[in-house]
Design a protein. Structure first.
Length: 173
């Protein structure tokens, strides 16, 4: 697994693998519908990473909503080509990103938000394990105006040793 800081050279390749509508079903943008929508999504990315697994580009993830004064950030805007689902690619990326946030940057809290209807994402967050903190009703507008309820999860620095051990154990099997 490799994460590369997102650069213009990744855009066309990401667009090519982003064509499966299942990727975007519960995301803010329906970015598979057109290159213009994909580019709109891309403009929302601040600290993004091209996500490689077994040497192949499989998707994207990012740090976002960074609040340095509070030592809090979010990991999100994550999507993977369906061929990478269930492979450990997401698990390994979360390990690397949280390790960097907690151990290298000294963050105290890493947040995750997902569509409350996204059972796949919610199960992955529970398996970290991230603490479920509740559902923010009508949290945001998505896909051209739909209301989204967002499920919030977090890992704090006190939880990190347990979460890290669990992720490493899962990646060994």
């Amino acid at each position: 697994m490799r994460l590369e800081p997102l650069e213009a050279r990744h855009e066309d390749a990401l667009w090519e693998i982003a064509q499966d509508e299942r990727i975007w079903r519960l995301m803010k943008f329906s970015a598979h519908e057109s290159r213009a929508l994909f580019d709109d999504w891309l403009r929302t990315v601040d600290l993004g990473f091209a996500h490689y697994f077994d040497g192949e580009l499989v998707g994207h993830t990012s740090f976002l909503n960074v609040r340095l004064d509070d030592r809090v950030l979010e990991i999100g805007n994550t999507w993977l080509a369906p061929a990478a689902w269930g492979t450990g690619a997401n698990t390994e990326a979360k390990l690397v990103l949280m390790q960097h946030a907690f151990e290298n940057e000294g963050f105290l809290r890493v947040e995750f938000k997902t569509d409350a209807e996204n059972d796949r994402s919610r199960a992955a967050l529970a398996a970290l394990p991230a603490e479920f903190e509740g559902v923010f009703r009508k949290h945001m507008l998505v896909r051209g105006g739909e209301r989204r309820d967002s499920a919030w999860y977090a890992v704090i620095d006190d939880d990190w040793p347990t979460v890290e051990a669990n992720l490493r154990r899962r990646l060994q099997t």
